[in-house]
Design a protein around this ligand. Structure first.
Ligand code: GLU
Ligand code: MG
Length: 446
């Protein structure tokens, strides 16, 4: 899209404000809006942002020990192709941004740039990655200051469908108006828990769409007088909200699905899975990066808690879904279950791509696929199948992340240091907080 096209869209649809958005180190979506009168200038040269914003944790406490604080500025530079009119905010649009230094170099802490780098590396190997984030969320109302789920409906129950129907229609409509195709919808297991999935896209577009999804979900719920939360565990006594990440790899030239072998998964796919399994305890530092994430990643909750993979095994961290009849080539993909919506989707996806492709480069061989609940294995069986418990808290996963040279390289020195400090500050802050305050803080942010 060109600046001229955007300006003509803006004029013909009476847009007054265009939100320039980014997703920060802590996974929070933030931005500044440009007024239509200065839009052309802003599209050409960006909007200023203090560098310290990337050192902010989810409690809005700036971690100045990172070296980022009151001094220093970057620009929010719009990716023109992401311009989207907002169905849920009158006369408003959004555009997704990269963080760029004043001398026009990419800012080391720009998450979108981190993902673009991994897409480029994949491309150098002749590979194109497609992905879909598959979020679960909880719908509720606020009753005397307390979050109350809107239903007590059962898994896939029509009662749940009926209770949420008005909202789901509106949300579906909002996504479609933003060019996002909806794939499936159903009420999930927990009270007020629902799942609505969207179609896969090229890696960068998939992460961008997840930002649009998060924005649309919460805003549309508010329009209906509801509160929607994508937090990994919004309620202590209810199932958590996953955001499973579906991945497929395609030959850049022939467009063949590289995960598809003669009779099931290809060797490429097995190596990719092996890379994921190897790095998984560190990767969760990026895919499950909040204190609240670890309330969800528990055994026997279908959220995954062990480094295992398997065919249609919902306790395995990497699940190979069965293919659709007649669409075997198009539908072969893998699903990483230990991912949630408190992650920055650009960093989570960049990390997952790097780990998978590391397995391919090093021709790694995965352990045997598991067709049981990893929990049911003896210690010896676990050891021989390379089944390890994933980190059980944020501090532990950050420690694993720091020791994973590949993922440190994915982030780059400056972002890695800042990420660890910001996330460590959250671990420390919530260690002193009550459970309810931790749940509420995450519920209201994601
Ligand atoms: N709610 C589960 C999770 O936290 C997932 C249930 C499922 O869809 O398999 O990941
Ligand atoms: Mg689900």
């Amino acid at each position: 899209m060109s600046i001229e096209t955007i300006l003509s869209h803006v004029n013909s649809s009476s847009v007054r404000l265009v939100r320039f958005l980014y997703c920060d180190t802590s996974g929070i979506i933030r931005g500044k809006a440009a007024h239509v009168d200065s839009l052309q200038r802003r599209l050409e040269s960006g909007i200023g942002l203090v560098k310290g914003m990337m050192a902010m944790n989810l409690l809005d406490q700036m971690q100045t020990n990172t070296g980022f604080g009151a001094v220093g500025e970057v620009r929010l530079i719009a990716d023109l192709d992401t311009f989207t009119l907002l169905p849920y905010a009158a006369q408003s649009a959004l555009i997704l941004c990269d963080l760029v230094e004043l001398d026009r170099r990419p800012f080391a802490l720009c998450p979108r740039t981190v993902l673009k780098r991994q897409i480029q590396k994949a491309s150098e190997m002749g590979v194109r990655i497609e992905a879909a984030f598959e979020p679960e969320f909880t719908l509720g109302t606020i009753d005397q200051g307390n979050f109350q789920p809107i239903d007590e409906s059962l898994c896939f129950s029509t009662d749940g469908m009926n209770r949420a129907a008005d909202f789901i229609n509106r949300f579906t409509n909002a996504l479609e108006r933003q060019g996002i195709e909806v794939e499936q919808y159903y009420p999930e297991l927990g009270h007020g828990q629902h799942e609505l999935s969207i179609t896969r896209a090229e890696a960068l577009a998939a992460a961008d769409r997840h930002i649009l999804y998060r924005e649309s979900l919460r805003a549309t719920a508010a329009e209906c007088g509801l509160v929607a939360s994508l937090a990994p565990k919004p309620l202590a006594n209810q199932p958590g909200n996953g955001c499973h990440l579906h991945l497929s790899a395609w030959d850049k030239n022939s467009s063949a699905n590289l995960f598809r072998g003669q009779d099931g998964l290809s060797e490429f796919a097995l190596q990719f899975i092996a890379g994921l399994i190897k790095h998984l305890p560190a990767l969760v530092g990026l895919t499950c990066p909040s204190v609240n994430s670890y309330r969800r990643l528990k055994p026997r909750t279908w959220a995954s808690a062990f480094t295992a993979w398997g065919y249609e095994n919902r306790e395995a961290a990497v699940r190979v879904p069965s293919v659709f009849w007649g669409q075997e080539d198009a539908s072969t993909n893998i699903e990483i279950k230990c991912v949630d919506s408190s992650s920055n989707p650009y960093l989570a996806l960049a990390g997952a791509i790097a780990c998978g492709l590391d397995g391919v480069k090093r021709k790694l061989c995965p352990p045997q696929p598991l067709d049981t609940d990893p929990c049911s294995l003896s210690a010896e069986e676990m050891a021989s199948n390379q089944v390890r418990r994933l980190p059980t808290n944020l501090k532990e996963s950050l420690k694993r992340l720091i020791h994973d040279a590949l993922l440190m390289e994915v982030l780059g020195d400056e972002l890695a240091r800042t990420f660890i400090m910001v996330k460590t500050s959250e671990a420390l802050a919530f260690a002193k907080a009550s459970v309810e305050s931790e749940l509420r803080q995450h519920r209201t942010k994601f």
